[in-house]
Design a protein around this ligand. Structure first.
Ligand SMILES: Cc1ncc(COP(=O)(O)O)c(C=O)c1O
Length: 427
C-alpha cells in the first residue's frame, strides 16, 4: 500500500462547497501526477489514451540495454528474462480485476483476445446459438461477434441479439438486460457486454448479469476496456467466465499496448475447451524441447499463442508500478468519486442546463468518464473550440464530448479550469 495513504484520507472532506485548491491540498494522490509526462494543456482523455508514466522510459531503456548487451540471451537471463516477462505483470493485473493470478495474463490486443476467448466460450448448437450484446457496442466487438457467428455457420440475423436503451433514452436499463437474457434463455449461448459502456460511461451490473446468464445456461464474458483501472472489479467472485481489456486507457501502457485476458479458474482447469493455441501456451518446463504434442500450461497462459511483446509490456509494467505506489484501485476510486462529485457540482452551478451529462448520476453506475452533450447548440463546434483552448478530450458521434478526470494524474484544478473554459465557449 502507498505511503501516501492514511487510513481515511478523505474523511471530513466534502465536495459540497470546498474549492478545487482545498481539495487538491487534501488529495493524498496529488503527488502521483508527478509520475507522468502530460501534454501541454488540460489532459482529460485518459478514457482514450492514458498519459505517459515517466518510468516507462527507464523500463523500456532497461530492455533496450539488455538487448544491446545480452542479445538473444536476454530471453533467459536474470529476473527480467523475456521468456517470462509477461509474468512480472500478472499479480498486479490480477489485483486490478479481482482475480487469482492463474486467471490473468497480459497478451495480444483486445479484439484478438475477444476472438481467442470466443473460440473457447462460444460453442453454438442448433438449439443454443445466440450471442447477446448491446446495440451500441463498440464496433470492434460487434464485428468480432458477427464474424464468430458466421464462422460457426450461423447467421447474425438469427443469432445476434441486441439489447437496446428504451425509446428516446441513452442508458441501458439493467432490468431490460436481465429480461432479454431470460427471454432468449435456452437459445442463448453467450452474453458479451461491456463493464463500462464506452459512449455513456455507464457501469453495467456485472454480477447480476453473470447470475442471470448462468441461470439460463449461457456463458458470460465482458469487454473491460473502459472498466479496468477505472472502477473496482471482482471477476473471480462474480463468477465471470471470461473477460478481456486493453491497457492503453486507464492503465497507461501507451498506444497499441498489450491487452489483458481473464478466464475463470473453473475453465482454466478444463483441458477439453476448444482453443486456438500456439507454442507459448505449452508447459514452460518443456516448451523449448519443441515437442509437437500440446501440453497446456495450467493457467490462462495456455490461451497465449505467441511469445510476449516485451517492449510494450515494459511500459505497462511501469504504469502498474505507479498504480501500486498510488495505493491501487481502491485508492484511485476513492479519489475518483470525489472528482466526479466535484465535477457534477461545478457543471450544475456553472452551466446549469446548457450542457447535459448523459452518464448516470449514482456513483455506483459510473466511473470517471463524463459524456457531455451541448443542449441546443453545435456540440462538434464546442469540441473544436475546446481543442483550440488545448483541452484534450474526445468527440464521439453522434453528439457527445467525452471527458475523463483520471485520479492518477488529473487534479481538481483541471476540472475547475475545464468547466470555466467550457462555460466561456458555450456562452
Ligand atoms: C470498448 C472497446 N472495445 C474494443 C476496442 C478495440 O480495441 P483494440 O483495437 O485494442 O482491439 C476498444 C478500443 O478503444 C474499445 O474501447
Amino acid at each position: 500500500m502507498s505511503q501516501l495513504l492514511g487510513p481515511s484520507p478523505w474523511q471530513g472532506r466534502s465536495t459540497v462547497n470546498e474549492t478545487a485548491a482545498e481539495l487538491d491540498a487534501a488529495d493524498p494522490l496529488a503527488g502521483i501526477r508527478d509520475e507522468f509526462e502530460l501534454p501541454d494543456g488540460i489532459y482529460l482523455v485518459g478514457n482514450s489514451l492514458g498519459a505517459l508514466p515517466k518510468a516507462a522510459r527507464t523500463y523500456v531503456n532497461t530492455e533496450l540495454d539488455r538487448w544491446s548487451t545480452l542479445g538473444v540471451e536476454g530471453h533467459f537471463t536474470g529476473e527480467l528474462a523475456w521468456k517470462d516477462y509477461h509474468e512480472l505483470l500478472t499479480d498486479q493485473l490480477a489485483a486490478l480485476v479481482g482475480a487469482e493470478p492463474t486467471e490473468v495474463v497480459a497478451m495480444n490486443a483486445l479484439t484478438v483476445n475477444l476472438h481467442l476467448l470466443m473460440v473457447s466460450f462460444y460453442g453454438p448448437t442448433p438449439e443454443r446459438h445466440k450471442i447477446l450484446i448491446e446495440s451500441h457496442a463498440f464496433p470492434s466487438d460487434h464485428f468480432a461477434v458477427e464474424s464468430q457467428i458466421r464462422q460457426r455457420g450461423f447467421d447474425p440475423e438469427e443469432s445476434l441479439v441486441l439489447v437496446e436503451p428504451r425509446e428516446g433514452e441513452e442508458l441501458l436499463h439493467p432490468d431490460d438486460i436481465l429480461a432479454a437474457i431470460a427471454e432468449h434463455g435456452s437459445e442463448l449461448a453467450l452474453v458479451m457486454l461491456p463493464g463500462v459502456q464506452y459512449y455513456t460511461g455507464q457501469v453495467l451490473p456485472m454480477a447480476d448479469i453473470v447470475a442471470a446468464g448462468h441461470k439460463v445456461g449461457a456463458v458470460v464474458g465482458f469487454d473491460l476496456a473502459h472498466a479496468v483501472g477505472n472502477v473496482e472489479l471482482h471477476l473471480h467472485d462474480w463468477d465471470v467466465d471470461f473477460a478481456a481489456w486493453c491497457t492503453y486507457k486507464y492503465l497507461n501502457s501507451g498506444p497499441g499496448g498489450v491487452a489483458g485476458a481473464f478466464v475463470h479458474e473453473r475453465h482454466v482447469a478444463d483441458q477439453n475447451l476448444p482453443k486456438f493455441v500456439g507454442w507459448w501456451g505449452t508447459n514452460v518446463e518443456t516448451r523449448f524441447e519443441m515437442a509437437t504434442e500440446f501440453d497446456a500450461t495450467r493457467t490462462v497462459e495456455s490461451w497465449q499463442p505467441s511469445n510476449a511483446a516485451v517492449l510494450p509490456l515494459a511500459t505497462l509494467r511501469a504504469s502498474l508500478d505507479v498504480i501500486d505506489k498510488a495505493g491501487g484501485i481502491a485508492a484511485m476510486r476513492a479519489k475518483s468519486e470525489r472528482q466526479v462529485t466535484f465535477f457534477d457540482r461545478r457543471l450544475a452551478e456553472t452551466l446549469g442546463d446548457r450542457v447535459e451529462n448523459i452518464t448516470p448520476s449514482p456513483l455506483a453506475e459510473r466511473g470517471c468518464q463524463f459524456a457531455l452533450r451541448v443542449v441546443n447548440g453545435d456540440g462538434k463546434r464546442v469540441f473544436e473550440e475546446l481543442e483550440k483552448a488545448r483541452v484534450l478530450c474526445d468527440w464521439r458521434y453522434p453528439d457527445v464530448i467525452r471527458v475523463a478526470p483520471v485520479p492518477l494524474y488529473n487534479s481538481f484544478a483541471d476540472i475547475d479550469r475545464f468547466v470555466d473554459i467550457l462555460d466561456g465557449i458555450v456562452q
